[in-house]
Ligand binder design. Structure first.
Ligand code: T3D
Length: 262
């Protein structure tokens, strides 16, 4: 019953695909609302152990739908701070805080907020023909959706500034070489490779994987001692999980473990 996204759950994997291909899956308020609802379902459905985010058509996402921002010269400027507060920041926080692995399959051009949404995910695959464009600078805006936080941490300040100030197209291969994304795959293989990865992860101890995600995300802000303390705390939680018990039992019995994600 969604109009602007496709959403399905199968074998522990929720797939959310942005579906406004004529506008290169750019975000309007309605699509934001549907993505928010889908992410709520992901959080509330204990069957879901992995999220796969992707897009329909030749683009992944071109950021904000600029048709909704094209105001008359004498009209009042829209409050973009409000848009960020209401739509983009909650989306980025939801992806980052989701207690399960989030795979992003970037199927085509990713521009503006669309270039930074993948950086809030955990494993980013990109089609060889995909590209990343920090398009904000070209229309007088500032990178958002966590880009100013993620970019310097992923590629270093020099490259982050070049990307953000020039708005040049970064190819998927260069993005992989720079460490912006995990892996490039051939266009025809992207969906299958991403699903394969998602299905694999869905059979793994996903409660533990969520703790790994939490620890590594926190690591980018923490000093060494804080991080050691966090590892202690998260290991305590992991050690109480059913999956850990099963993992050790299966190892000792030389059999394949059967994990439940708790
Ligand atoms: O406003 C707020 O709430 C604040 C938050 C801001 C977050 C942001 O994301 S701001 C940045 C917004 N995005 C952009 O500036 C990117 C704009 N798009 C492009 O630069 C190019 O479309 C691409 C580089 C992404 C792709 O270029 P190309 O040549 O492959 O395709 P195209 O011909 O430009 O686009 C195809 C169609 O999609 C076209 O429509 P048409 O002519 O076929 O009817 C184009 O207008 C439409 N489209 C692409 N991006 C957007 C869009 N329509 C509305 N909004 C878009 N962002």
């Amino acid at each position: 019953t969604f109009e602007h996204i496709l959403f399905s759950v199968e074998a522990g994997v929720a797939t959310l695909s942005l579906n406004r291909p004529e506008q290169l899956n750019s975000f309007n308020a309605a699509m934001h609302g549907e993505v928010r609802e889908a992410l709520k379902r992901v959080r509330q459905n204990p069957e879901v152990r992995v999220l796969l985010l992707t897009g329909e058509g030749r683009g992944f996402c071109a950021g904000q739908d600029l048709a909704d921002r094209n105001v008359a010269p004498d009209a009042e400027a829209p409050d973009l701070g409000e848009s960020i507060e209401k739509f983009y920041n909650p989306l980025i926080r939801a992806l980052r805080d989701l207690p399960l692995p989030v795979i992003c399959a970037v199927n085509g051009v990713a521009a503006g907020a669309g270039a930074n949404i993948p950086l809030a995910c955990d494993l980013v695959l990109a089609a060889r023909s995909a590209s990343f464009i920090q398009a904000f600078c070209k229309i007088g805006l500032v990178p958002d959706s966590g880009g100013t936080w993620s970019l310097p941490r992923l590629v270093g300040l020099a490259r982050a500034k070049a990307l953000a100030l020039l708005g040049e197209r970064l190819t998927a291969e260069q993005a992989e070489q720079w460490g912006l994304i995990y892996r490039v795959v051939d266009d025809a293989e992207l969906r299958d490779e991403a699903l394969k990865l998602a299905r694999h992860l869905a059979t793994q101890p996903t409660y533990g994987l969520a703790l790994i995600k939490r620890s590594l995300n926190a690591s980018l802000n923490n000093d060494f001692d804080t991080q050691l303390d966090l590892e202690r705390d998260l290991q305590r939680l992991a050690g109480r999980s059913e999956d850990y018990r099963e993992g050790v039992a299966a190892f000792m019995a030389k059999r394949t473990p059967s994990f439940k994600g708790r």
